[in-house]
Design a protein around this ligand. Structure first.
Ligand code: NAI
Ligand code: 15L
Length: 273
């Protein structure tokens, strides 16, 4: 697939996090005078000694986020709270933060945002039930709700302001599957990169939501939207079945029954100041 000529900067938020560390090297390869983007700008809430050029920015700070987006053509948005936890922290990073990101993108003339959404948008669905991006939403906590807010912002900013978004409902991104649930939910590091690359470089995306999962024999989520992006996963968790199939929560618990797995065991939370 041919990609458009070099435009502005590519911004990676959450660059110091788990997935940021996996993606920042490959993303840098898309940047340069003859590449798709002029340069990669990395940011995070926290500094990373391994990446001195990282720009610290709290997405809950609107002015700082507007500055961060200047000259940015496309964003891979990973920054935020990545687990189920009390609402207040999720609200600052994933709700206010996403609002600030989209507003800053509108002001900067940013063309596309690849948004790291999550399978926890539908985590209260029973395990084994097959889902696609238009299946009913069934968030399993505030975290899942915050990702649905992000997906709604993506649709709003496409319909009103023409900013393209690809919302990736990522499964379990790890070097290898870690438990029985991951036989269905695993997204390998290689497939993560194939998916993010496809989401950035697809000639036109509009506002598209897809599940992000490897070619697992036991997967629950449909490939709807993959063809439009040109994403073709290569890895399959099945190869680890004998190692991980006994690693599972006690039967008849929500963690064992529902797709969100261990997140169903988190909360309710005590009130935080
Ligand atoms: P992570 O927690 O390792 O990285 C997230 C990064 O965001 C951290 O480095 C953190 O400092 C930064 N961050 C937190 N609050 C921020 C704020 N207010 N402003 C700026 N930066 C802030 O998480 P991970 O695993 O790298 O996930 C990356 C993204 O992908 C997250 O948005 C997560 O929700 C999403 N995701 C990850 C999955 C996985 O399997 N790791 C699966 C589904 C979605
Ligand atoms: C997520 O959304 C989380 O960020 C990650 O830590 C994993 O828990 C993943 O989902 C999962 O469902 O395995």
């Amino acid at each position: 697939m041919s990609s458009p000529p070099a435009r502005g900067l590519l911004l990676l938020t959450g660059a110091a996090g788990n997935l940021g560390r996996v993606l920042r090297g490959p993303l840098a390869q898309l940047c340069g005078p003859k590449e798709d983007y002029k340069a990669l700008r990395c940011s995070d809430l926290r500094a990373d000694p391994a990446l001195p050029e990282l720009q610290c920015c709290d997405l809950a700070d609107r002015a700082a986020t507007e500055q961060l987006l200047q000259d940015v053509d496309a964003v891979v948005h990973l920054g935020g709270v990545a687990i189920e936890s009390p609402f207040e922290g999720i609200c600052d990073a994933n709700i206010r933060g996403v609002f600030h990101l989209y507003e800053a993108a509108r002001l900067a003339g940013t063309r596309r945002i690849v948004f790291a959404s999550s399978n926890h948008t539908t985590g209260c669905t029973p395990q084994g039930e097959h889902l696609g991006p238009s299946s009913p939403i069934r968030p399993d906590g505030y975290y899942g709700v915050s990702k649905l807010f992000g997906e709604a912002m993506a649709q709003l900013y496409w319909d009103r302001y023409g900013i393209e978004s690809v919302c990736l409902r990522l499964g379990s991104v790890t070097a290898q599957p870690e438990d029985r649930r991951a036989l269905s939910t695993w997204l390998s590091h290689g497939d993560l990169w194939r998916l993010v690359r496809a989401a950035l470089l697809a000639p036109s995306s509009g506002c598209l939501t897809v599940y992000g999962v490897s070619a697992n024999t036991a997967r629950w989520w449909s490939e709807q939207g993959w063809e439009q992006l040109g994403y073709a996963p290569k890895d399959n968790a099945e190869a680890w079945r004998s190692t991980v199939q006994d690693l599972c929560p006690a039967p008849d618990t929500p963690m064992a029954r529902l797709q969100g797995g261990s997140f169903l065991g988190l909360g309710p939370f005590a009130r935080t100041p």
